[in-house]
Design a protein. Structure first.
Length: 248
């Protein structure tokens, strides 16, 4: 693959992720939608299926669609390549990170377009922001950070244990892993577990002409970026200690 092909694959894959993932939150949270008040479990399954779709779209580039996954793979010495012909180097990781961020913003914009009339309804500004970005149930900087670190560590560590890439583990298995993380660890912070998934839509929220949208809670915004990156880094460094080696 060329780096341009990597950029396109990761951009489209991450855009699909945020379009469908933020879309299920919109369907549950916004007034007068068919899925209004569908519940947190509906959000969990929606995000899992969003990952399923995103992984398929970005399969040729290794389907990172998450800067924390890219970082975990970069720091894992058992992962020499990100994709066919693409070495696992810091310079190549920058291409993945840029693509993931661009895709996350684009997906959030399309999600807003799909729900435009519902965003125009009178609604708490915090609820509108919550469609785009995560926020804590109980605000506590150190403990919110711990939650994001642990949840992302689970994501990246399990991925590395089953083939060193999301496409190796299988799109459906990764989707079910995300559902499990959401159902088990998602309550305290909304489980960003992906810096691009949170920061990209939060940026889109900032520039889109959303009626009555309020602020972007930027004082919290670093936690769903730093926490997942730390969790992914820890997973990448730990994986070689108990790496699975197939028999034969």
């Amino acid at each position: 693959m060329s780096l341009w092909e990597v950029f396109l694959a990761e951009s489209f894959g991450t855009a699909m992720l945020t379009l469908l993932g933020c879309g299920v939150v919109a369907n549950v949270a916004l007034a007068k939608t068919k899925g209004n008040n569908g519940g947190f479990l509906m959000v969990n399954f929606g995000w899992g299926l969003a990952v399923f779709a995103g992984v398929y779209v970005a399969s040729q580039s290794g389907a990172h669609i998450n800067p924390a996954v890219t970082l975990g793979l970069l720091l894992n010495p058992d992962t020499p390549m990100f994709a066919e012909g693409i070495e696992a180097t810091f310079a190549n990781a920058l291409v993945y990170w840029a693509a993931e961020m661009v895709g996350a913003v684009i997906g959030a914009v399309f999600m807003w377009l799909a729900h435009k009339k519902h965003f125009d309804e009178d609604l708490d500004p915090a609820a509108k922001l919550g469609v785009f970005a995560t926020g804590p149930s109980i605000r506590s900087t150190p403990w919110n950070l711990v939650t994001e670190i642990i949840a992302t560590w689970v994501l990246v560590f399990v991925i590395l244990m089953f083939g060193n890439a999301p496409s190796g583990l299988g799109p459906l298995a990764v989707a079910l892993l995300v559902v499990s993380i959401g159902a088990s660890l998602g309550g305290p912070t909304g489980y960003a577990i992906n810096p691009a998934r949170d920061l990209g839509p939060r940026i889109a929220h900032a520039f889109l002409p959303i009626k009555g949208k309020g602020g972007g809670d930027w004082s919290y915004a670093w936690i769903p970026v730093v926490g997942p990156l730390l969790g992914g880094a820890i997973a990448g460094l730990m994986a070689p200690l108990i790496a699975f080696t197939p028999a034969g």
